[in-house]
Ligand binder design. Sequence first.
Ligand SMILES: NC(=O)c1ccc[n+]([C@@H]2O[C@H](COP(=O)([O-])OP(=O)(O)OC[C@H]3O[C@@H](n4cnc5c(N)ncnc54)[C@H](O)[C@@H]3O)[C@@H](O)[C@H]2O)c1
Length: 357
Amino acid sequence: MTCENDAIALVAGGAGFIGSHLIDALLGRGWRVICLDNFQTGRFDNVRHLEREPRFDVCEADIIDPLPVRLARSRVPITHVFNLACAASPPHYQADPEHTLLTSVVGTHHLLQLAEQRGARFLLASTSEVYGDPEVHPQQESYWGHVNPIGPRACYDEGKRAAETLSFDFLRTARVDVRVARIFNTYGPRMRADDGRVVSNVITQALAGDDITIYGSGEQTRSFCYVDDLVDGLLRLMTHEQDYRGAINLGNPHELKVHELADLVVAMTGTRSIVSYKPLPIDDPRRRRPDIGIARRVLGWSPRVHLEVGLEKTIAHFAAEARAAADLPFVRSAVRRARSTGARRSTPSTVVAHYER
Ligand SMILES: NC(=O)c1ccc[n+]([C@@H]2O[C@H](COP(=O)([O-])OP(=O)(O)OC[C@H]3O[C@@H](n4cnc5c(N)ncnc54)[C@H](O)[C@@H]3O)[C@@H](O)[C@H]2O)c1
């Protein structure tokens, strides 16, 4: 195993929510990092604080295209490839389903080939979506899933399943040392306000005093892992020397109904928002909870951050973003216009969402 100070990681999707936190953690451990991103959903703001960091570099490219020559041919030794590149929220990955599928299949193939050339270790950020709308609860890695292959979520779910298939084929043929994380819902600072995920929706609506939208009855469950815990799991998975090579669930096994999350955020923000209900999107999973027995045993990993603590940091992030947006001249005038027409306190979040896009 490379000594950590000699490690050079390529983080595809490094300008995204999880990728940028992973990069901070890698640099904190003395690694050098190249962030590869097409900035589809990632933001330069997520890595702006690293602009002057000599061990950090950004390469703008799309992994469905042949990799840039400076990566593919360069003599810079890459010791680890983390593949997190893929829009992760339904509105974003469904906006261009063909690109989403190709990102997981063709893009993963390109990165596996790079890892093979360089003798690098490879980690795939897969997802709990490979289990689909699960018939088994909680979900263990041995469960093969219940996925609709032709529905609107298939570009993501089937793409990740195919990316896992490719990764394990490279592993079986001893071409690359592969690690696969099946990530469950993760939240924290640097999530986008417009990503349509339950945590960001509920918090931004609560902060703006808008109605909080719950899809379905709110009885469906999710389990939320704070991003620092997840990053710790990814690092342990990439660096462990155990014999285990199957996919590993990383997520928080604490299961919560979606309306309980909304109640908690309402209490924590002190908002006067009320909850409004809308129909459940097609193929939305009803229950989600990881069995993390393998992660505990192989990686010695389990989440440590309590939901209230993680939510507090996430609420602070969205509040700061809304404040920053409210300082923009066009937002200030939109807020004034909304106030003068008697609109509810909803304008800042609406404008944040517009600005983010
Ligand atoms: N956040 C979660 O709850 C969650 C859950 C399960 C799995 N995951 C997986 O973790 C990874 C990171 O998720 P995230 O929440 O940080 O999402 P994100 O959208 O914030 O990050 C994805 C990053 O990949 C980049 N990207 C997308 N397609 C690309 C392409 N073709 N070429 C180069 N870059 C590309 C985006 O610009 C972005 O920076 C994704 O692979 C996702 O599937 C996330």
